[in-house]
Every structure is written in structure tokens, then in C-alpha cells.
Design a protein around this ligand. Structure first.
Ligand SMILES: Cc1ncc(COP(=O)(O)O)c(C=O)c1O
Length: 440
């Protein structure tokens, strides 16, 4: 009998014991190749000596100093490096301890910004269906996954949800990707007109949708149109890069590939690479300076923001991600992974789509390739895939409800950036085994 309150009360989990590069080894000695970083976290594998040593050094010097009393070298140098490597216009860094915290900080900062500007009537957010922004109440309100929201719906802040940019299911026959992108982006304009643009604080979106859609990037032009609509109405653009950021798609920030800059961005997961729980919110100098020149105080904060050991880990991870070698490797290994996935599953009768960028790839599972009909949700295919993969010694991240929060299944892959070509083959081979078992 365990005293631990597990995520899933009745699951029998293996006991993770050691980390070795791209592998987690359980206490029976079974090795699992980590093809998903848990949830796109472990971008540098599980035994990086440089990151471990940066944390140990900080621990020796000073484990903790409250940010209400002190700043630290670890936090200042982390923020300098991040701001220097962020898209121009993301100037200030507010460190937190994870993705949901980053989103909460973003939502509250955006609201306070408009209060300081004398626009208190801006009270609502617009986000997208089938997005995931975290599990705290503000983040859950913004997220668009019906199943996750339902039990807590009465507790949520006012948010409306427009369609995602989900080409595989949304683009109509004969419609170009560009025309499709404009059509779904224009849902933002329509929603702004419906609720009154002067009542809206911000539009929130993931540049590449992770957990709930399975690595779905937008089509060309979509985010440019979104940016233009936000600007036209003085609405802020918040991009959630908690999963797709920090090099996962081949650029440090995923939005670099859209050629737009948000007013606020959130990051986490790969930022600490699993070595520390850490995230950050970045914002423009204009937002920061509005508050600095107004109340002078962001009415927010948690005890552990800017924790020196988290900052030391994030600083060391960032140094690696910006060394000029790691991110080109994400693109080249990502291309190898895409090729191997296409070889293995491109003609598979139950794989409808293979999508993603860099080392962030998703497979959508279908009952019928031609009609794109999903499996019956009661089969819980995604759970069967996960169990079969773990049996085969593979960690991947399957999820259900891809289409509408209820129907559809996908498998998300987000392996460490240190993955070798041989390990790509191992991953794909084990995924083939897992799919065969789950579908039999
Ligand atoms: C895009 C996105 N935003 C926010 C979160 C929440 O992050 P956390 O679980 O660290 O609170 C997640 C987690 O999966 C995410 O994928």
C-alpha cells in the first residue's frame, strides 16, 4: 500500500531508478527509451553532467533567497541570456516554477497592464479549442479541451474558444493551406466583433499545439493574420511555448518560424530539461514599463519564483541550447525521425497523419484512412498504445480526444535532443511493436 496520492489512483507504475542519456532505467533494470521526455521535458536526456554540476555549484553557494529580499547572480544571468536570445520585443523575464504558473502570470499581467492603462472593461480572453495551457484554474479556463474543463467549468474565468488551425481535419477540399489559415484566423475577428473587442484582454495560443492535438503546427500566414487582428484591436497576443518552445521545433522559440513576436510568451518544460521545475513568462518592454511607470508593482508572485537552483539549471540549459550545435541537431535529427516515421507508418492503415516540427512529431490514429474516421473512444486506444509501449521499453505520449475532446487518438513524440540515429531506429521499431499490439 502506497501513501502517495498518484495521478491515477489505481495504476501500477514501474519505479524509475536511474537516468542514462535517452533512457530511464527502472528498479528491475528494465530500460525505457524516452521518446517523449515525459511531457516534452527532458530535452537533454537524464544524465547531463554540465547541468547537474551547475545545480550542485549553486546548492553549495546558496540554495534559496526569497525574491522579495534579494536578486541573485543565477537569476540575473539567466534572464540576460534568455532576453538576449529571445525574439526582439520580448525584453523582460519573469521566472516561475512551471508551465501553468507561467500562464497564470501571463493572464494576470495582461489584465493588470490594461488596468494601468485605464481600460478596466477588458475582462475576457479568447483562446482556441483543443489547446492545453495547464491545470490551474486560469490556465484551465484558457485551455480548450472539453474533457479536461468539464468538471471545473463552474469555477472558470470568462474565455471564448475559436477553432484551432488543424489542417488535417479543418482544411476543406480545394482550399489552399493559406486560404484555410486566413479563414480560421478570421474566426478571431468574428469573435472579437461578437463580444466587443474593447472587452478583450488577449488571445492565447500555442504556436505548435502539443498535448491535446499531437504536434500540430499552423499553416503559413495564420499567425501573421492573428497578429494583425490583435494589433488592430489593441488586444494582446500571448503565445504559450511551454511545450513547443526551448528548441523543441528547431528554433529556440517556436514563433520564430512564424515570423511574429507575441506581447507575452510562456516557456517551461525544456527550460529546466527536467533537472529543475522551472518556467518563465517573457513580456515586452512596453508592458513592463507601463507597470513600472504606474503602480510599479506586478500584483503577483509565489514563494519559489526565481529559485536560485532552478535559475542555475535553466541558465545551464540555455547555454547548451544557444551553443550553436544543439538546435541544428534538432532539425537534422527531426528530419531523420520524420523520414523513419514516414517509412514505417506512411502507408499504415490506422495512421492518418504524421505532423510536427523538429523533434516534436505527432501521429494521428484513425480507424479508416480514407474517411479519417476515428476509433470508438470507448476502446481507449491511446491508453492501450501507452501500455504496449511501456511493455516494449518505450516512453511515448499518446492521448485521446484529439478531434473534439472526446473522439480521436494521437501519439506525441518529443525525444531528447541528444537522440542518435540508432536510437531513432530503436524508437520507431518499438513504436511499431506497440501499435501492432494495441491494434490487435
Ligand atoms: C502548452 C502547455 N502549456 C502549459 C502547460 C502546463 O505546464 P505544467 O504542467 O508545467 O504546469 C503545458 C503542459 O503540458 C503545456 O503543454
Amino acid at each position: 500500500m502506497s501513501a502517495l496520492f498518484h495521478r491515477s489512483c489505481n495504476a501500477a507504475l514501474p519505479w524509475a531508478d536511474q537516468g542514462e542519456g535517452c533512457y530511464i532505467v527502472d528498479r528491475n533494470g528494465k530500460r525505457y527509451i524516452d521518446a517523449c521526455g515525459g511531457a516534452a521535458v527532458s530535452c537533454l536526456g537524464h544524465s547531463d553532467l554540465g547541468i547537474k554540476s551547475a545545480i550542485a555549484t549553486q546548492l553549495e553557494k546558496l540554495p534559496f533567497a526569497h525574491t522579495g529580499f534579494f536578486t541573485t547572480e543565477a537569476a540575473e544571468s539567466f534572464a540576460d541570456t534568455l532576453a538576449a536570445n529571445a525574439p526582439k520585443g520580448l525584453d523582460r523575464v519573469y521566472p516561475v516554477s512551471g508551465g501553468s504558473e507561467a500562464i497564470e502570470a501571463a493572464l494576470k499581467l495582461a489584465r493588470q497592464y490594461f488596468l494601468e492603462r485605464g481600460e478596466p472593461q477588458r475582462t475576457r480572453f479568447i483562446a482556441r479549442l483543443q489547446s492545453y495551457h495547464g491545470n490551474t484554474l486560469g490556465a484551465l479556463s484558457t485551455g480548450g479541451n472539453a474533457w479536461r474543463r468539464e468538471p471545473f467549468a463552474p469555477l472558470m474565468i470568462e474565455t471564448s474558444h475559436i477553432s484551432p488551425c488543424y489542417e488535417y481535419r479543418g482544411r476543406q477540399e480545394g482550399e489552399t493551406p493559406e486560404a484555410y489559415g486566413l479563414r480560421v484566423a478570421d474566426e478571431l475577428e468574428a469573435e472579437l466583433q461578437r463580444v466587443g473587442p474593447e472587452t478583450v484582454i488577449a488571445f492565447v495560443a500555442e504556436p505548435v499545439v502539443g498535448a491535446t492535438l499531437g504536434a500540430v503546427p499552423s499553416v503559413p500566414g495564420y499567425f501573421k493574420q492573428v497578429r494583425e487582428i490583435c494589433d488592430r484591436h489593441g488586444v494582446l497576443l500571448i503565445l504559450d511555448e511551454v511545450m513547443c518552445g526551448m528548441g523543441r521545433t528547431g528554433t529556440l522559440f517556436a514563433c520564430e518560424q512564424e515570423d511574429i513576436v507575441p506581447d507575452i510568451a510562456t516557456i517551461a518544460k525544456g527550460l529546466g530539461a527536467g533537472y529543475q521545475p522551472v518556467g518563465a513568462m517573457l513580456c515586452s518592454a512596453q508592458i513592463h514599463d507601463t507597470i513600472a511607470g504606474g503602480t510599479g508593482f506586478f500584483q503577483h508572485g509565489h514563494t519559489y519564483i526565481g529559485h536560485p537552483m532552478a535559475m542555475a539549471a535553466a541558465g545551464a540549459v540555455l547555454d547548451r541550447l544557444t551553443d550553436g550545435k544543439v538546435l541544428p541537431g534538432v532539425l537534422s535529427t527531426g528530419a531523420v525521425l520524420k523520414d523513419r516515421l514516414t517509412d514505417a507508418f506512411g502507408q499504415h492503415p490506422n495512421v492518418g497523419d504524421i505532423r510536427g516540427r523538429g523533434l516534436f512529431q505527432g501521429l494521428e490514429l484513425v480507424r479508416d484512412r480514407e474517411t479519417k474516421a476515428p476509433f470508438d473512444p470507448s476502446l481507449k486506444l491511446h491508453k492501450r498504445v501507452k501500455a504496449a509501449a511501456m511493455d516494449a521499453g518505450l516512453m511515448c505520449y499518446p492521448m485521446g480526444g484529439t478531434i473534439d475532446g472526446r473522439q480521436g487518438d494521437h501519439v506525441l513524440l518529443a525525444p531528447p535532443f541528444i537522440l542518435t540515429e540508432g536510437q531513432v531506429d530503436e524508437l520507431v521499431g518499438k513504436l511499431e511493436t506497440a501499435l501492432k499490439v494495441a491494434l490487435s
